[in-house]
Write a protein that binds this ligand. Sequence first.
Ligand code: GDD
Ligand code: MG
Length: 358
Amino acid sequence: MKAVILAGGEGTRLRPLTLTVPKALVPVVNQPFLEHVLTYLRRHGVDQAVLTVSYLADRLKEHFGAGGNHGLSLVYSVEEQPRGTAGAVRAVAGLLDGAFLVLNGDLFTDIDLTGLVAFHRQKGAAATIALIRVDDPTTFGMVETDGQGRVLRFVEKPRREQVTTHYVNGGIYVLEPEALALVPESMHYMFESGLFPRLLAEGWPVYGYATEPFWHDIGTPERYLQLHAELLGGRCPSIWPGAPSDPTRGCYADPTAVVEGQVLLGLGAVLGPESRVLGPAVLGAGCRLERGAVVDGGVLWSGVSVGAGAHLERCLVGSGCRLGPGVVAEAAVIGNNVAVPEGGRLARGAKLPVVAQT
Ligand code: GDD
Ligand code: MG
């Protein structure tokens, strides 16, 4: 089976980290995000994935090549201009045959794709949408179904007074070629506001597959940290086993260093005397904590150095950053290769370098 991955977004809400790193390469438990996704697809029998990208496409090609390392073949479709979610898939129709999968490229989930495809076939659907249940549907596509799972209504980002169900679009679809053929060629077109409402208005069989999967997106710093906390806690064992029982294996930890809670340390990390790492926390390969430095929650990418006595709480720090002695930060998001001088105190939630609000 083939899958199209929508990875055209710029990851604006994860800036400044995504200024130089496409979201697909953002590390999750020390492994590029898309690697997890490809392994998951492979496990469900996907043998070819088409990656629709625009932003920083060359970085992705460099890293993933033809996909062989992941046991599937990877094809790239690079958009000069964003074509919209459905337009992006329409543009690669020539690479597809039969029913195929579409995935939003910002999801970390263990949705049962095999079950989803079987359900789609059993219902004879033109399109099947994987549904998840959320407390607040207003930031999602709300999907109303009948007792048999047939979709009655699809409302993207409903206003609060429009909410009639807590089931929403989980960002994964199975589509038949006839459904894709309704997407106009060469124009910006969305599944959410275009194809799904149209299929419903024309009476096509559209179904919703409701399960209770592990499901997280990595769209914002808060969600990214939350995903890490869940993974470290072992809540998605089919994809990642949870924090190791001895996180310091393969690292250099001074006997006076303290590692507490659920922690993942990358290869070659160095924990100096009296430094502390308090979970849920992830340090990438080659990170270094000097004497008395504290990382209390958060995710540090690779090669970050944290000076003596510095204190980082729930921060997200890009690769190669150098935080001087005594630096204090809480919930900060720091892009790659930033240096913060000795004694620097960052405002709570600071972004460095400063990024324009979006
Ligand atoms: N190739 C390409 N081209 N990809 C695109 C484009 C485009 O023009 N526009 C968006 N995408 C990709 C994004 O990179 C992302 O992976 C995916 O499509 C969804 O876009 P988001 O911007 O993340 O949308 P959202 O999170 O607000 O809402 C979507 O996802 C929700 C689930 O997380 C919708 O599909 C909702 O209905 C859904 O509930
Ligand atoms: Mg999204």
